[in-house]
Design a protein around this ligand. Structure first.
Ligand code: GDP
Ligand code: MG
Length: 439
């Protein structure tokens, strides 16, 4: 999902000016990317429609940085689809707060029960009690006991011969007696949804009146995770979802569909098998992760606040007229410095953070200072017409700036190259950052 979306986005970003056709093209790719990642069809349809309308309808296309604006819209809409804000666990006004874990077999109920208890103990000094209500697999109770021991919390169990409803009833009584502030009920799962299981869960819900019915779904199961969520929600009116196994090679589509299809929030994600591998679900961070944007958005915001629009427009004009000179070169260096230096900028660009040799690019304040010194040793005529710079002039400039002649030569060469590149893009609009770095 991430790769395809990134491709669609970088195609957009390569263009200076964007037309409605470009937007449509990009939307088609986003649509495919989402469908391929098992995002529910209806969700994809609505999503693409909203993004397209926002992209075409607003001032986006006219703006200085249309591609970035569209990326930003996609990111915002992804966030919205997943519920906007992180959602906390429901808490009962009186103890115990009862949490019921439901889900298919192997989805991660028992593991997540342990992680939750661990979290509650760590953060709220809670005293949780587990109730072992999965009686269909002998190993299930043992597994819960192992997890509970790691957490340091007791398990209420009556073996595998007692009806789970009765186990829950007695377990709750024990929690009240022991003044446990949380009860986590670990229920049974099946390989697929069946009526008997659902009835059992409905009965347990009825008698326990839990504040939280957390459906655990395996993110690796893609579209099926969404079907599971839908049917559990219909039958039990769940209160939230835990999306497990996000550490695996998942396509991430489930995260997008579940909220939209069930209307219920994803509250946590499982990121591994350890007790500590449970994260609060943040829709905005997930959106960034799906887009694989690194800190792209931070960068865009930085660029929007720091980049001097007027200067950028002037620069664009100069590039078109091919009158870009050493004075403009210095202006550009200043812009880059203002945005935190070239390395910071490159690092924030998706796909750029792994480029080997990136850390070799030396363009800190010191290097900029040297370049400025060289330019200020030039005469006004030399600054506007670098072709004047013959070997004897170069020697003079090097001496004047106190820099080695090789450095002056290298800089002039760099300058000429960037000018050549600029004139190649001559009639394109100036699209902020992208063209500045010749992407
Ligand atoms: P249950 O049948 O729903 O109770 O599922 P379990 O809690 O027994 O988990 C099934 C398997 O998935 C176990 O091997 C867990 O260690 C593993 N598992 C659960 N959550 C995660 C997760 O977030 N990441 C990974 N990698 N494995 C998980
Ligand atoms: Mg289990």
């Amino acid at each position: 999902l991430t790769e395809r979306l990134q491709n669609a986005m970088s195609k957009l970003r390569r263009k200076g000016k964007i037309s409605e056709t470009d937007v449509r093209e990009a939307m088609r790719e986003i649509r495919l990317a989402l469908l391929e990642a098992d995002v529910n069809f209806g969700v994809v349809k609505d999503f693409v429609k909203t993004v397209r309308e926002r992209a075409i309808g607003s001032e986006v296309l006219e703006s200085l940085t249309p591609a970035q604006q569209i990326v930003k819209i996609v990111d915002e809409e992804l966030t919205k689809v997943m519920g906007e804000e992180a959602t906390a666990l429901n808490k009962s006004p009186h103890i115990p707060t009862i949490i019921m874990m439901v889900g298919l077999q192997g989805a991660g109920k028992t593991t997540t029960a342990g992680k939750l208890a661990y979290r509650l103990k760590e953060n709220d000094q809670a005293r949780p009690l587990f109730i072992a209500a999965d009686v269909y697999r002998p190993a299930a109770i043992e597994q819960l006991q192992v997890v509970a021991q790691q957490v340091g919390a007791p398990v209420f169990e009556l073996g595998t011969d007692v009806d789970p409803r009765e186990i829950v009833r007695q377990g709750l009584a024990q929690a009240v007696e022991n003044k446990n502030d949380y009860v986590i009920i670990d229920t049974a799962g099946r390989l697929q949804i069946d009526e008997k299981l659902m009835q059992e869960l409905a009965d347990i819900k009825e008698l326990a009146q839990p504040s939280e019915i957390l459906l655990t779904v395996d993110a690796m199961t893609g579209q099926n995770a969404v079907n599971v969520a839908e049917s559990f929600n219909q039958q039990l009116d769940i209160t939230g979802v835990v999306l497990t196994k996000l550490d695996g090679d998942t396509r991430g589509g489930a995260a997008l569909s579940i909220r939209a299809v069930t209307g219920k929030p994803i509250k946590f994600t499982g990121q591994g098998e350890k007790l500590t591998d449970l994260d609060v679900f943040h829709p905005d961070r997930m959106a960034d992760r799906i887009l694989g944007m690194g800190d792209m958005l931070t960068l865009i915001e930085k660029a929007q606040t720091d980049y001097d629009e007027e200067k950028a427009n002037k620069l664009a004009e100069k590039m078109q007229e091919n009158t870009f000179d050493f004075n403009d070169f210095i202006d550009q260096l200043d812009q880059v410095q203002k945005m935190g230096g070239i390395q910071d900028i490159l690092k924030m660009m998706p796909g750029m953070n792994n480029v080997p040799g990136l850390d070799q690019i030396q363009m800190g304040p010191k290097e900029t200072g040297h370049m400025k010194a060289v330019v200020s040793s030039m005469t006004p005529a030399e600054r506007t017409d670098p072709d004047l710079l013959n070997p004897s002039r170069r020697r003079r400039i090097a001496a004047g700036a106190g820099r080695p002649i090789q450095e002056v030569n290298r800089m002039i060469k760099q300058f000429k190259e960037s000018r050549k590149m600029m004139s190649k893009m001559s009639n394109g609009n100036f699209d902020g950052m992208d063209q500045m770095f010749g992407q």
